[in-house]
Design a protein around this ligand. Sequence first.
Ligand code: ACO
Length: 432
Amino acid sequence: MTNETKSQTAELRLDGRTIALPVLEDNAGCRALDIRGLWKEAQVYTYDPGFGCTVSCQSAISHVDGEKGRLLYRGYPVEVLTEHCTFVEVAYLLIHGALPTHAQAERFSALLNRHSMIHEDMRTFFRRYPERAHPMAVLSAMVVSLSSFYPEVEQADEDIDIAATRLLSKLRTIAAFSYKKSIGEPIIQPSYKLSYCANFLNMMFNSPVEDYTVDPVLVRAMNQLLILHADHGQNCSTSTVRMVGSSGANLYASVCAGICALWGPLHGGANQEVIEMLSGIQREGGSVDQAIAQAKDKTNPRRLMGFGHRIYKTFDPRAAIVKKICREIMTRVGAKDPLLDIAMELEAKALADPYFAERKLYPNVDFYTGIAYRAMGFPTDMFTVLFALGRLPGWIAQWQELKRDPHQRIGRPQQLYTGPAHSTFRPIDQRA
Ligand code: ACO
């Protein structure tokens, strides 16, 4: 919980009155004016489109230091976790608040295995989607459908291990099934013999006509990539999960909404957009300068995808790790991707450009992830699904934290009304 700083109170002068606002301070020294009583006391709201200056909750799950380029999950630097942990351990850490012991990890993994299959009736849903359906559309629809197959999650006292592992495990299976559906291949069932990430790669790439051996180097890379996405403060999709959860909606409905928010090109959809941007540059003969000029041109809506971040005003620490993982994957699969060369040239030129320097625009996590996923064999439209898979433990942990928060209320921002003050009604046959 935050502390109310003893010495500091902010003062707001309005209508000849002085209103005292308590100043809160969090564990990282971040201060916030407590305006909860402002409307009652002074009948004034605060205006903050995009919530750039608004703290919406107290959270102990992750901390992003945008100035220093640091990301912590429950106090652990993300670099340490990607180096030493599996994604399942990190999921446990986010959801339970501590890294698992051997016994806890075994129970969690056993539950992940037990809940990995999709209800037979749900499997038939896959047949009805059009062949070219975007996997994010399928994923979100299937996740909200889970609530009708497993309604017991609506009971607040259901063992969170079961609800969390069911969702973690099934989301992975749904993701792989939606890919198989999109390429017209039979689905591959999860195997109890494989770990979480190995299972996913097997369900994605195994096929009845070709043997597939899960490569431990790619399994490690998959674990690391998912860990890097696991949580990130009150970003757009996480805030959406909380907003929907604040109405009392169940975990599946809240996560479904988070998946939809993540899909947007300014958020998780940027990883797909980056590859499309780099491929466009390649098609046009490697014109990196033109892409930079377009991104700087305020009359052109194009931006440099994978660049910039609301919080990071220095290098996104996740981007630095993904760049390294990219090289490791490429060495392993023996592939060379011309898009990696274009990305590195683009990064170097953008970082040297005063436009990006002045605005503190650096590569974000999405800049290199697409190249890593391509090298592993994932098609472009699966990239945001992989982001969703990684972000899921964070969404679950945040939803859970919201449910336990004594300060929690239904999310309901205000607006400044700009419509007419009075409209005169005319029957339909008298309207111009
Ligand atoms: N290319 C060109 N200019 C940019 C970019 C970019 N990628 N990002 C920001 N800017 C410029 C803006 O035009 C603005 O310039 P101005 O001050 O001259 O008007 C300034 O930098 C500040 O940008 P805002 O849009 O105010 O920043 P905001 O915090 O609202 O947006 C965002 C952050 C959405 C990430 C933005 O940087 C962007 O669109 N990036 C590209 C999309 C992307 O990579 N998204 C993934 C983000 S990471 C994640 O969600 C996982």
